[in-house]
Design a protein around this ligand. Structure first.
Ligand SMILES: Cc1cc2nc3c(=O)[nH]c(=O)nc-3n(C[C@H](O)[C@H](O)[C@H](O)COP(=O)(O)OP(=O)(O)OC[C@H]3O[C@@H](n4cnc5c(N)ncnc54)[C@H](O)[C@@H]3O)c2cc1C
Length: 428
C-alpha cells in the first residue's frame, strides 16, 4: 500500500560515511533532508575501518593522496579542492573529535573510538534536523524524465526532487552494502564498469601454503612485486605481509591485490607470480656477502644459529630448506652457490598466486558507476537530473589507509552541497 509522507528536498540512500556527509552538506544548504538506511546501525562499515578505531582520513598532501587512490583518484581533484582531507580533519575537530596522525599519514580519533566518530556525525544530523530512518531498505529509485523519489521495500513512496545514492559497493555485505545501487544506476541509464575485489587477500595453492608451514608468520616492511607471465615487473609495494592458511595477506599484499586481479584477467592466466623481498634495503650481492661474512668466524656452529635473526626463524628455515641447505650444516659443509641460493630466497621468494578471496571478503569494491557519466564537481548524474552518487558505489577505489573514507566524505560533501542547491532551485 502506498502511503503519503512529509515532503523532502533531498533523499539520501545509505548512512555510511558518504551518505552521512552528503546529508549534512545538503542540510547546510537549506535542504530538508531524509536519510534512509536498510540497517539498524548507521556507519557500520566506518566503525570497523582501521582495525575498529576508524581510519577517518589520511594527512598526506593532495598529490600523494590521489596517488594512493589508484582507482581513478584524479577524478577527485575538483571535489578535494572544495572539501579536502584537511577540511575533514577540521570538520571532526569542530564536532569535538580531534584526530591524531599515525604511520603512513593515517588519521584516527584521539580517543581511538570508532563509535565516537559515528556518534558525532549522528549528532550533527540531529542538530541540522535531518530525518534518519533506519531499517528502511530502498527497493527502487523513481525516475520520469528526472528524479521523482524512491520506493522502499514495504512499498512506501517518498517524493523528492533529488536523490543521492550512497549505498556503497558489494564488499562485506553484512555491513549493509549489498550492491543494490548498481541496479538503480543502470535503471537511470548509467554504465557500471566491471566490479572486482580490491584490497583483498591473495590465494595460492603452492605447497608452501597448502602445507601451512608458514601460516601466521608476518614479515615486516617487506617488498612484494607482481610479475607478468613474461617476468616483467608490474607493480611493487613495501609494507608488512602475513602468510595465511589460504595464501598471503597484510597491507603490502592488499595494495598489490587489484593489480593481481587485473593481471590474471589481462593475461588470461591461471596464476601469476609474486616475489617477496624480505630485505628490501640491501642488494642480492650485499645479502650474499652478509651471509658469507657471518660464517667466517663461526667455527663449527650450525648455519641455523649463525644466520638467526636476519629474518624470522621460521622463514629462514623454510628458505634454507628450499635451497637444500640444512640448518644443522656447519660452515665447512657449505658451498658459495648454496649461500647465494639462500640469499636469492631472501631477496626474491616466489609465490604463485591463483586468485583472491571473493568480493564479499574484500575491503573495497573496484569498479562501479562510470565516472564518464558523473560531473566531478557535483557528483551529479550527467544522465538523470536530480540524481547524485557518492562513496564506494562510484568507480573510485583507494588503498586502505583512510583513502576510501576520504573519497567517501569528499564525494559525499560535493553531492550533498549540489543536491541541496539543486533542490532549492526546484523549490523557487
Ligand atoms: C573491514 C574494513 C576495513 C576498512 N578499512 C578501511 C581503511 O582503513 N581505510 C579506508 O579508506 N577504507 C577502509 N575501508 C573501506 C571504507 O570503510 C569504505 O570504502 C566506506 O565505508 C564506503 O563508504 P560508503 O558510504 O560509500 O558506503 P558504506 O560505508 O558501505 O555504507 C553504505 C550504507 O548504505 C546502506 N544501504 C545499502 N543498500 C541499501 C538499501 N537498499 N537501502 C537503504 N540503505 C542501503 C548500508 O546499510 C550502509 O549503511 C574498510 C572496509 C572494511 C570492510
Amino acid at each position: 500500500m502506498r502511503q503519503k509522507t512529509d515532503k523532502f528536498d533531498v533523499i539520501v540512500i545509505g548512512a555510511g560515511p558518504a551518505g552521512l556527509m552528503a546529508s549534512i552538506a545538503a542540510a547546510e544548504n537549506e535542504a530538508k533532508v531524509l536519510v534512509l538506511d536498510k540497517g539498524d546501525r548507521p556507519g557500520r562499515k566506518l566503525a570497523i575501518s582501521g582495525g575498529g578505531r576508524c581510519n577517518v582520513t589520511n594527512a598526506m598532501a593532495t598529490e600523494e593522496l590521489i596517488r594512493h587512490i589508484p582507482g581513478n583518484g584524479r577524478f577527485l581533484y575538483s571535489a578535494l579542492s572544495e572539501f579536502s582531507n584537511q577540511d575533514i580533519i577540521s570538520f571532526f575537530k569542530k564536532l569535538g573529535i580531534p584526530l591524531k596522525e599515525e604511520d603512513h599519514g593515517r588519521m584516527f580519533p584521539v580517543n581511538n573510538r570508532a563509535q565516537s566518530v559515528v556518534q558525532a556525525l549522528l549528532q550533527e544530523l540531529n542538530r541540522l534536523e535531518i530525518t534518519l530512518k533506519l531499517n528502511t531498505p530502498v527497493d527502487r529509485v523513481l525516475y520520469e524524465d528526472r528524479i521523482t523519489g524512491v520506493r522502499t521495500q514495504t512499498g512506501e513512496i517518498i517524493h523528492a526532487p533529488s536523490v543521492i545514492i550512497a549505498v556503497g559497493g558489494k564488499s562485506v555485505p553484512q555491513t549493509g552494502s549489498t550492491g543494490d545501487g548498481y541496479r538503480w544506476a543502470q535503471d537511470a541509464g548509467h554504465t557500471i564498469t566491471d566490479l572486482y575485489p580490491t584490497e583483498v587477500p591473495l590465494t595460492s595453492s603452492d605447497s608452501l601454503i597448502v602445507s601451512k608451514e608458514l601460516q601466521g608468520l608476518s614479515l615486516r616492511d617487506a617488498t612484494v612485486t607482481l610479475l607478468s607471465p613474461k617476468g616483467k615487473k608490474i607493480q611493487s609495494h613495501r609494507w608488512d605481509l602475513i602468510f595465511t592458511h589460504f595464501g598471503l595477506s597484510g597491507p603490502a599484499i592488499l595494495r598489490l591485490s587489484q593489480f593481481v586481479v587485473k593481471a590474471l584477467r589481462k593475461y588470461n592466466t591461471a596464476t601469476v607470480t609474486v616475489l617477496i623481498d624480505a630485505l628490501p634495503d640491501r642488494t642480492l650481492d650485499e645479502v650474499s656477502a652478509d651471509l658469507l661474512k657471518r660464517t667466517e668466524s663461526a667455527g663449527k656452529k650450525e648455519l641455523g644459529s649463525i644466520w638467526k635473526g636476519i629474518v624470522p626463524e621460521r622463514y629462514l628455515r623454510c628458505l634454507m630448506n628450499r635451497a637444500d641447505v640444512s640448518p644443522t650444516l656447519t660452515v665447512s659443509q657449505l658451498s658459495k652457490e648454496k649461500v647465494r641460493s639462500v640469499a636469492e630466497g631472501l631477496k626474491a621468494f616466489p609465490v604463485r598466486i591463483n586468485g583472491t578471496l571473493p568480493i564479499e571478503k574484500a575491503f573495497i569494491t573496484g569498479g562501479g558507476v562510470s565516472l564518464k557519466e558523473i560531473h566531478p564537481k557535483t557528483m551529479a548524474s550527467r544522465i538523470m537530473p536530480g540524481l547524485y552518487f557518492c562513496g564506494e558505489i562510484l568507480d573510485i577505489h583507494g588503498y586502505t589507509g583512510g583513502y576510501n573514507i576520504t573519497a567517501a566524505f569528499t564525494t559525499g560533501h560535493a553531492a550533498g552541497t549540489a543536491a541541496g542547491l539543486y533542490a532549492g532551485g526546484q523549490r523557487n
